[in-house]
Design a protein around this ligand. Structure first.
Ligand code: SF4
Length: 365
């Protein structure tokens, strides 16, 4: 870019647009570095609409770094249930423990020091440092890459151009970030990418940067990644509680859950329904079908009601199994799919998350 006037113009236009159009999101009302950290980790790979409720619930349960550090991992995963990519929750938890133990519960104030913490990369470090502490550190995520590539006329994005293009994008972001309002500038650029400069349908006619944009929509559309599909089936096995003194009815029921092994590469330690040996389920046994997407795979899930006596013969055991009252299951670290099935079976209360389009959920570590 190099043209100082142009840099000033881009900053001014973008910030003015942001002031008028920014979405009212709960983490935008905070300068607390911990809250910003949690929001940035949740927002990676997850839609804003999904994050909003989870963010509030998470901060209500873990209002400080120390409270998060002291919590058992299963409690942290339970609050993360449905957000997917559970490795983020584990890393956040570990980093909180490190900060509580070695830094008196306070996050470092510079992007350089933040980057040294487990689970905090350049992007998150720059976001926290710029928003909470006003450091002029440029944030570069997928949205920002796309906006800057289009602005500068650099082709289809960093994936197409490799390391050299990444360096150019990073250099341009450093050049553009407004030293007077770095947090707002970073958020404005991300907001532009999320709401106007969309991957397949950029809204150039109403874009505040259109007069300085080299492409203005004249760019190749990225090809959609092909989705794979896969069929799986799970057992929904419910029994009446055997514990003496339990009331009959919903309060006396228990559902069978299985914990994924700690060595599993995907969602270790999370609880799910027992998986059936056969993906095909006789029509008369079918309780429900569920669509669930994980990364580029569409899962077509059949759920079969299975009697307690039959469940061992029909399913594959991969970990510990427990009969759990639904009220207890609601607070466990369930996979997003297990939570969805139990909710649809009316064993769990409906949460806002269960209304989310299935293809936008992700359950990958
Ligand atoms: S003018 Fe169009 S392509 Fe350029 S930054 Fe704005 S929305 Fe993106």
């Amino acid at each position: 870019m190099a043209d100082a006037e142009k840099v000033v113009r881009v900053r001014r236009s973008l910030l003015a647009w942001y002031e008028r159009n920014k979405r009212d999101l709960p983490w935008r009302n905070s300068r607390d570095p911990y809250a910003i950290w949690v929001s940035e980790i949740m927002l990676q790979q997850t839609r804003v609409a999904v994050v909003i409720e989870r963010f509030r619930a998470f901060l209500l349960r873990f209002p400080t770094i120390v409270s998060l550090a002291l919590a058992p991992e299963q409690d942290v995963l339970a609050l993360w249930s449905g957000l997917g990519y559970y490795r983020r929750a584990r890393m956040l938890h570990k980093a909180a423990q490190f900060v509580a133990e070695h830094m008196g519960g306070r996050l470092p104030r510079s992007a350089g020091e933040l980057r040294l913490l487990p689970g905090i990369g350049s992007y998150t470090a720059a976001a926290i440092a710029s928003i909470a502490y006003g450091e002029a550190a440029a944030v570069v995520d997928g949205n920002v890459e796309r906006v800057l590539c289009r602005l500068a006329g650099w082709g289809g994005g960093s994936r197409a151009g490799g390391a050299m293009l990444k360096r150019k994008i990073s250099g341009l972001a450093d050049e553009l970030v407004d030293p007077a309002r770095p947090g707002d500038f970073n958020q404005a650029l991300m907001e532009l990418g999320a709401t106007l400069c969309l991957p397949r349908n950029p809204q150039c006619l109403v874009c505040p940067l259109s007069s300085d944009c080299k492409t203005r929509g004249e760019h190749k559309r990225p090809p959609r990644a092909p989705m794979l599909s896969c069929e799986v089936a799970y057992a929904l096995s419910v029994r009446t509680s055997r514990k003496p003194g339990k009331a009959r009815g919903a309060a006396g029921r228990e559902v069978l859950l299985e914990q994924r092994p700690a060595s599993a590469s995907v969602m270790p330690g999370m609880w799910e329904l027992p998986r059936l040996r056969e993906a095909a389920v006789p029509q008369q046994e079918l309780r429900m079908t569920v669509r669930h997407a994980i990364m580029q795979v569409n899962y077509y899930v059949r759920v079969r009601t299975v009697f307690e006596d039959d469940v061992d013969a029909l399913s594959v055991r991969v970990g510990e199994r427990r009969w759990v009252p639904p009220a207890e299951a609601a607070g466990m670290a369930l996979t997003g799919l297990a939570r969805k099935v139990l909710t649809r079976a009316k064993l769990l209360p409906i949460a806002p998350l269960d209304t989310i389009a299935p293809q936008l959920e992700a359950d990958v570590i």
